[in-house]
Ligand binder design. Sequence first.
Ligand code: NDP
Ligand code: HSE
Length: 440
Amino acid sequence: MKPVKVGLLGLGTVGCGTVNVLLRNGEEIARRAGRQIQVSQASVRELDKRRNCPTDGIALTQDSTAIVSSPEIDVVVELIGGHDPARQLVLQAIAAGKHIVTANKALIAVHGNEIFRAAREKGVMVAFEAAVGGGIPIIKAIREGLSGNRIEWVAGIINGTGNFILTEMRDRGRSFDEVLADAQRLGYAEADPSFDVAGIDAAHKLTILASIAFGIPLQFEKTYTEGIADVTRADVKYAEELGYRIKHLGIARHAENGVELRVHPTLIPERRLIANVNGIMNAILIKGDALGPTMYYGAGAGADPTASAIVADLVDVVRTLTADPNNRVPHLAFHADALSDLKILSMEDVQTSYYLRMRVHDRPGVLAEIAQLLASQQISIEAVIQKEPAEGENVVPLIMLTHRVLEKNMNAALTQIETLESIQGKVVRLRMEHLDSDWK
Ligand code: NDP
Ligand code: HSE
């Protein structure tokens, strides 16, 4: 049988990883797919750049539109990243009847509804396993493996760069900027690394996970997003004293009154498996009503791990090339006309527990004042530690853990606490989740 011809848009970290994996494992991949898969064209910005993969047999061009309209190409793999020109190229490729594979989470999270509509009209596939969790087959696991479950929540470490930074800061005391530079050199970070640090990349991925978990349209703009830049060594240390680790989590929860979609640094009990996921590794915990909790762990970024997911998508596309388009696995797991309009909750309506750190004057009655203001908002305290004042100082760090409460109550309490004369500066607030199997 004729090989399936692939056109790559982009031949950087993931593009070259894909070429290498297809070359290295070509024979086995063909035995699985039923046909050879051959990269015959690739587009780049700079033709003369040194590549981390062989390019013999691949026609290199700077003209991506020539690839998306080439009659030779069956599948277009978009690995440029970002919104434009990726969006136009993917829509042009779909219009030309090409199947699409992409690792571009920004593209799917923000333009996915439009892209899937176009793909349905043309009867082509859009596969995006590599867009979430690097090489972990998490899209397939949720979309197919868990399709008998009502999914209650998803909580994951879904940005490798951020997890790498937090791990190196904690374990080796390295500085934020130094570790970020390493992540860039190793090809883990986004083209604009602020997407990793500010939580935008994780929010793209969470948007995708929530849609396929709950059967809702992609709604990136409603995802609450906080990054890791404000996590200090002091908070990491105090959290550990209290038995917690700080991880940058994406959480999507089907609550009674709507869906929580939030990305933020989170305290997790150190005994949880996910609290021990370090470096570039990702892990996604999913609670299904029938199966209970499951966890999916693996490399969240990097050339070969991401290529593993790209090639798996290529194999899926090849296997279903001749299948009736109406009987393929739906893009967002649920049929397009069966998506629900579940409300996405505002952050004020989210319920969680909190870690609070404040600097207080070391004198009698301060703790009682704070406790009273918390109690006035129905916030109960789970634990308190007060540190000794440093020599010659009378301001001390006070750390508190609270039980679950609505974020709006916490906002109101903190506004009042920050006006107290005994408090110095702003209160540091981190959210805390126990992620136990009873959480609904
Ligand atoms: P790179 O920056 O390494 O590669 C991007 C490639 O696109 C380069 O080859 C570049 O050309 C090419 N390119 C850029 N602009 C254009 C353009 N206008 N026309 C044609 N080619 C262009 O990115 P990655 O491989 O790291 O990422 C690709 C995608 O995969 C992104 O969406 C990213 O979010 C996603 N992803 C990345 C992971 C990773 O670990 N790196 C993991 C999971 C997903 P040139 O080389 O000449 O500059
Ligand atoms: N920049 C991303 C990360 C790449 O670090 O997780 C994988 O999506």
